[in-house]
Write a protein that binds this ligand. Structure first.
Ligand SMILES: CC(C)(COP(=O)(O)OP(=O)(O)OC[C@H]1O[C@@H](n2cnc3c(N)ncnc32)[C@H](O)[C@@H]1OP(=O)(O)O)[C@@H](O)C(=O)NCCC(=O)NCCS
Length: 320
């Protein structure tokens, strides 16, 4: 039987860190309000020339170097993003060319907003387990700052840019223990960026619109439920988890989920204070931080869970 395992991780952040104090000079907010409501102190923002693929490429190069893989070793590139470089081609194809891959490997994007990385990860895992591919690059990358209304204090303080990735490879034992994915489009109205390109014009609001309290309530319930479902499917509970690496939207959502799962915060990786919510990039970014600083070690059990607009959500249980 074939499984998949994480061979290496990588991440990249833009150079420019923007503090809450700096935001407070642009919109009517305070550092105290942002920290107490979300746990966010700063976020990184791409410069005008930086595209999502640039951040993705930098993260991918770090992971390939760590694993000692050549770009042409890859059989698959999946990029989870809500902020692609352009309408088409996919950001995955742009990353493929940027890496110098010439072997014709499969490359495509996944759009599941902030749960995108979990969706991409589960897809790559399934393709490896089916025998279709052996080595996959799975990236979450965003320049979310491009779809934020910087005059809307209700949303602009929460989001940031960045990229994270994992290399997955075929293995004789897990590796990836199990993934669960869910979506319920009836909750579409509470979080959306409804604008589209039509006849050469943007039709509708191109910026993020959010009912923060409704999103908060839904996220807390759904994240705990999917994490519990994945753990139960493998006869585990929160006590068996060495590290939880949640989507980094809001420290209060993370704390509430951890409490429901009975996982103490000492075993939860949080980067939301420094990165803000980087959407599809947030989980692999946090994973890479904790792998590189030595917290997450080989053989440990890691629970990842994410949720985003759609609504779409899911979880993945991994022996690192
Ligand atoms: C957005 C969020 C931080 C707001 O926190 P909250 O405690 O629910 O705050 P409320 O929405 O009740 O707003 C309280 C007040 O603060 C104001 N406010 C909103 N943003 C503000 C800001 N940046 N600075 C200061 N005040 C702000 C509101 O206008 C409101 O004022 P009012 O009572 O006079 O109308 C919180 O709801 C949240 O994190 N939701 C989830 C968002 C999320 O994770 N989205 C991504 C999911 S992937």
């Amino acid at each position: 039987m074939t499984f998949s395992r994480i061979a290496a991780t990588g991440s990249h952040l833009p150079d420019r860190a923007v503090t809450n104090q700096e935001l407070a000079t642009r919109v009517d907010t305070t550092d105290e309000w942002i920290v107490s409501r979300s746990g966010i102190s700063q976020r990184y923002l791409a410069n005008d020339a930086e595209r999502t693929s640039d951040l993705a490429l930098a993260a991918a190069r770090k992971a390939l170097t760590t694993a000692g893989w050549a770009p042409d070793d890859l059989d698959l590139i999946v990029v989870a993003t809500t902020t692609p470089d352009m309408t088409f081609p996919s950001t995955a194809c742009i990353v493929q060319a940027g890496l110098g891959v010439t072997n014709g490997c499969a490359a495509f994007d996944v759009q599941a907003v902030c749960s995108g990385f979990i969706y991409a990860f589960a897809t790559a895992d399934a393709m490896i387990r089916s025998g279709m591919v052996k080595k996959a690059l799975v990236i979450g990358a965003e320049t979310l700052s491009r779809i934020i209304d910087w005059n809307d204090r209700g949303t602009c303080v929460l989001f940031g840019d960045g990229a994270g990735c994992v290399l997955l490879e075929a293995a004789t034992e897990p590796g990836v223990i199990g993934c669960h994915l869910h979506a319920d489009g009836r909750h579409m109205p509470i979080l959306k960026a409804p604008g589209v390109l039509e006849a050469g014009q943007v039709r509708g609001n191109p910026f993020i619109e959010m009912d923060g309290q409704a999103v908060f309530k839904f996220a807390v319930e759904a994240l705990a439920a999917t994490a519990q479902e994945t753990l139960a499917a493998h006869g585990m509970s929160g006590e068996d988890v060495d590290w939880m690496v949640p989507h980094q939207a809001n420290i209060r959502i993370i704390q509430s989920t951890a409490k429901r799962l009975k996982i103490p915060m000492e075993r939860v990786v949080t980067t939301v204070a420094q990165h803000g919510n980087t959407s599809a990039a947030s989980i692999p970014l946090a994973l890479d931080v904790a792998v590189r600083d030595g917290r997450i070690r080989r053989g440990q059990t890691v629970l990842m869970e994410g949720i985003g607009a759609g609504f779409a959500w899911g979880s993945a249980l991994v022996r690192y």
